[in-house]
Ligand binder design. Structure first.
Ligand SMILES: Cc1cc2nc3c(=O)[nH]c(=O)nc-3n(C[C@H](O)[C@H](O)[C@H](O)COP(=O)(O)O)c2cc1C
Length: 168
């Protein structure tokens, strides 16, 4: 029973080792990317397949590029400082990341938005954001959320038991 505001850790938690480590300093965890690669996820199936390829955290970039483009297409715009996402690097990030002025010029003066909309229809992963956190290197399959949860719990229990044995 926690008699204060609970602290929840988030970011990069995909296995029980990370859960056990996080529980040293917090009361619980929030898990995003691991459940995005689950059978229950409502995400785009093509993007999901990108997520489980042989990626590492070096393939992730924190970028404002996708929000800059998608804010132009949406009535519900993400404002600064929430206007960035972690995503797998692709043609869009290699072309535009770090070039916000050039991207805005391209949005205003070229067919970039029309082409982006076509990419959305085609679920083109070379253009669209595959959202991902830093734990991507340990995510290699789409599994049921129940199985993912049980495995992470079991791994955390085993890790904590092993630590108890080491220090007792
Ligand atoms: C598919 C997906 C959608 C997300 N959407 C949002 C969002 O709308 N707003 C937000 O603040 N974070 C969003 N995030 C980031 C989550 O807050 C992040 O995943 C969470 O901190 C857990 O980190 P983890 O993905 O490394 O487990 C999203 C992440 C994923 C994978």
């Amino acid at each position: 029973m926690v008699d204060r505001i609970p602290i929840i850790a988030a970011g990069g938690i995909v296995s029980g080792k990370q859960l056990a480590s996080a529980l040293c300093v917090c009361d619980g965890v929030s898990i995003g990317t691991r459940y995005w690669a689950s059978t229950e996820s409502l995400g785009n199936a093509k993007l999901q397949q990108e997520l489980i390829k042989n990626n590492s955290c070096d393939d992730i970039v924190r970028t404002t590029v996708f929000d800059t483009i998608q804010n132009e297409l949406s009535a519900n715009k993400w404002p600064y400082p929430y206007s960035s996402v972690g995503a797998l690097r692709n043609e869009t990030t290699s072309k535009w990341d770090g070039r916000p002025e050039d991207l805005q010029l391209a949005i205003n003066n070229t067919k970039l938005l029309d082409e982006y909309k076509l990419s959305q229809k085609a679920s083109d992963t070379t253009v669209l954001p595959t959202l991902s956190g830093e734990g991507i290197g340990e995510i290699n399959s789409i599994e049921g959320a129940y199985d993912i949860t049980l495995r992470i719990e079991k791994e955390a229990e085993d890790t904590i038991k092993r630590i108890q044995q080491i220090i007792s």
